[in-house]
Structure formats: C-alpha cells, structure tokens
Design a protein around this ligand. Structure first.
Ligand code: SF4
Length: 318
C-alpha cells in the first residue's frame, strides 16, 4: 500500500481518535453557492479547474430554488463562489434578493473580473448592496502572483483594490475586504498573523492600499493543483506533508461543519472541495437544493477523504 492509500483511510481514523465519532455538521450558518466553473482566468492552483472554456453554469430555476431555501430557513449568510461568480448572468439578481431577505452576502472574487466587459461597475454594485468581498491575492509581489495566475494579474488586482478602497472597502468603518493567500507551490502556508502583517506593511508601503483580514489556505490536492503535483512527481510527498501537519485543534472550526454547499446544478455537498470531487452529502439526506432538509443536514455525517488533510494541516484552512 502506497502513502496515498494510507492517507485515504487515515483522515477518518484521525477524526475518530480525536472526536470519538465520525465528522458531523453542527449547524448551517452559511449557504455556499457555486454558480459555475466559468472564469476569466485559468490559475495554476485552482482547485475547481475553472476557466473561460467551462460551460457549467447555474440556471435560473436553480437560482430560484436557492433563494426560496434562503427565504424559508434560518441561514444567516449567502456565500457566492465559482469560477468567477460575477460572470454568471443571475449573479446580481441573487445578491439583491438575498439582501432583501436580510441575509449577509459574501462574494469570492478574483478581482480581475472588474476589468471584463460589462463588469466595470462591480465595485459600486458591491458597495451599494453591502456585499462582503473575499478576494484572492496569492502574494504581495507581482512575479509571485503572475506566475500562478497569468501575466498582468497583479497590476489589475492592485487597481481593483484601489477602487474598492476608494469606495470605503478595507478601511476603518467601511465595507469588508478580506484577502486570500495560498502558497505558490507544494508547501504549507506560513502563520496567518505574521503574513497578514507582512501583507499590510508591503501593500501599504508600495501601493497605498489596505484590507481587513488575510486568510491563509493550503492548496488542496485536487483539481489543477493535483495535476501540477502529478507533473512534478510530488503527489505522495505533498499528501504526506499535509498528513504529518494534522492539527486536531482545527476540527471544531472546519467549514463543512457549519455550511452547506450547493453546486451549479443544485446538488448538495459538504463543501466546495467535495463538490469538485463529486462527493455529495451523506445518503441519509436529500441531495438536491429543491429538497433541502435543514434538520437532517444540520447534523449530517460529513463525507471525508484524503483531501481533508488540506483543511487540518497546521493552522487549518477554513
Ligand atoms: S475538504 Fe471539505 S469535507 Fe473535508 S475537512 Fe475540508 S471542508 Fe470538511
């Protein structure tokens, strides 16, 4: 048995050893919706393998089902992701409707969508609707970002943050702008607090821009990042790095315990990573958004596999 096969069974065993039972949800605080895999970029580390050629997009019928679930259940937050969720035609409708329902709305953005045709007013749209912005900026140095995300990405990202700052985002008393760091290779992220200080200092000094918080995420060994690991002969080594860094203190805060993820076609998952892997929620629960059973899902058993070590390594990635 190779190291990968050991890890597949290892996660469930680690959870059992520390919690005394399989990993289970403790509620649903967030409805995370993946609007599709279409994106204007094709980043090397993308766990979803998103890109301009992807055709999977949420249809109007599913958007309405999502909104009706939000209206009928006490789920305080809608978290929109993709691909680039802004490129999906029902995106703005969904944001407005969710805000009318009084829900907190977060959007995961790659920042460069602001420069796509017809998207120039996105920052204003966010500000007008009180949307919280979670933006990828995998480093504060141009070469580090452009190597992973494509030439010109860093400059566009800085311009986008400048605009968000002008609208009050990332400044005291204004809208929330959080940034996301993930490593540019097969290693774990550094400590979140130290890196946040570095980002703050360097972005302020070099570009005069600011943000609220920095989240550090380990790369998940799935999607395009797994292809990269395979190409460089690093799959087993990286899984071993994640496995060795298992931190039981991260188990309580794992996002799958607090959210439910909806795929572009309305299938329910424990998280966006399970969505990409095609691992739906436990069979004891209905698996379609149109049949969502809040009570069952709130205490469901979570589908885990070796990629879960990406969430529990070091400080954790949640
Ligand atoms: S990959 Fe998903 S299911 Fe696994 S621990 Fe992370 S959030 Fe939970």
């Amino acid at each position: 048995m190779g190291p990968e096969a050991v890890a597949v069974h290892g996660f469930q065993e680690k959870v059992l050893a520390h919690l005394g039972e399989p990993l289970k949800a403790t509620g649903i605080e967030i409805l995370q919706v993946n609007l599709g895999f279409l994106c204007n970029m094709s980043c090397k580390h993308c766990h979803a393998g998103a890109g301009p050629e992807r055709k999977e997009l949420m249809e109007e019928k599913t958007v309405k089902e999502v909104l009706s679930v939000l209206g009928e259940n006490d789920i305080p937050t809608l978290d929109l992701t993709g691909g680039a969720p802004e490129l999906v035609s029902h995106f703005r409708y969904m944001v407005r409707q969710a805000r009318e329902l009084g829900r907190r709305v977060m959007v995961r953005t790659n920042l460069t969508t602001f420069f796509e045709k017809g998207m120039e007013d996105l920052p204003e749209f966010y500000a007008e609707n009180g949307v919280e912005v979670v933006a990828s900026l995998p480093y504060y140095i141009e070469s580090g970002v452009d190597r992973v995300r494509g030439a010109g990405t860093f400059k566009k990202s800085i311009k986008a943050i400048e605009k968000l700052n002008r609208l009050g985002y990332g400044v005291e008393g204004g809208g929330t702008l959080n940034l996301v760091y993930n490593p540019q290779g097969a290693f774990l992220p550094p400590g979140q607090e130290t890196l946040e200080e570095e980002y703050n200092r360097e972005l302020k000094k070099n570009f005069g821009i600011s943000f609220n918080e920095l989240y550090t995420f380990a790369n998940m060994p799935i999607g395009r990042f797994r292809d990269f690991l395979r190409l460089t002969g690093n799959v087993d080594k990286y899984i071993e790095t994640l496995t060795t860094a298992f931190n039981p203190a991260t188990l309580d805060g794992l996002m799958c315990r607090h959210l439910i993820s909806v795929g572009w076609d309305g299938t329910l998952y424990d998280c966006d990573f399970n969505l990409v892997l095609g691992l739906p929620v436990d069979e004891s629960c209905p698996r379609r958004i149109s049949e969502l059973d809040y009570s069952k899902l709130s205490r469901r058993k979570i589908a885990v596999d070796e990629h879960c070590f990406g969430c529990t390594a070091g400080q954790g990635s949640t």
